[in-house]
Write a protein that binds this ligand. Sequence first.
Ligand SMILES: [Fe+2]
Length: 337
Amino acid sequence: MPIAAPTFPAPLQSTLSLSKLSQFDLTPSIGTEFSKETQISALLSNPVAIRDLSILIAQRGVVFFRDQDLTTEQQKIFIDKLGRESGRPAESSFHIHPLTPTSSELGDEVLKIVPAFGFRDMLEQPSNLPRASGGWHSDITFEPFPSNYAALKLTTIPKVGGDTLWASGYEAYDRLSPALQQFLATLTATHSGEAFKKVKSINIRSPRGHPENAGDDLLAVHPVIRTNPVTGWKSLYVNKAFTKRINELSLDESDHLLSYLFAHINQNHDLQVRFKWKEGSLAVWDNRSTFHTVTNDYGKENREGNRVISIGERPYYDPNSISRREALRDGAGSDLA
Ligand SMILES: [Fe+2]
């Protein structure tokens, strides 16, 4: 009996209900910012706006909002609705970080963002600071069902510094030669969060937002090129923090190819956007098609915030999907104003 070809969801179509709201693109490739008149708290009961926002975030990679009155509880409601309105699997919910203590101050679903472990100590010997480019990642790709959307609101902001950068996985894909694009689409990679196990004092939480995000191995295999189900566009899907090995290649080949792809992401500043936080700023990004990193340049000042991550679908590659540039050329991205 012949095996049926896999079927993939059709991309979502926006109603353009957000186009009347004041907004501007921060770069051609990635990042859109709304003016402070748009309050997410006022959109929570508007499913059409939430659905259109889920599409806009998936298209633009990251979307910023200023002077938000959003509470942490509303931040959870918002990220949950983004996933539901854009068709996430029914079993997917909020991610619970493997290291979240059982009596977490803000509840299991909210991760308190604080300065990186050991960062203060490293400041004493600046020559020991890792390269700024070393922090690029997509959140929690060591999970079999990783994140679709994430929202971060900082509560304590340094006087200067502490910016966050995002990079577009769509644009990273589009800039590769057709021959390399085709080759990468045949490959899978192993993603690992095993570094978290070094924090021995804390038990690994399980399950973590999906029944298959369970156990304590913190390993997952994903396609190297991933199709975003909301846009239907292809994205590069390897990141320096968690992607350890391209499975179909020798270790030597894998190390060299991954090294090239990580540099491709962090050395092309014209596929990146840099965001300066202010009080009330909210960033919402699509973890399927972007990478991000903090800037550890704020010395001994404090930088804290609350991050909520939702779980999406198991990553897949649809050979019939198109790239972002192809979509824009064809006019399929006409709501990217
Ligand atoms: Fe992150």
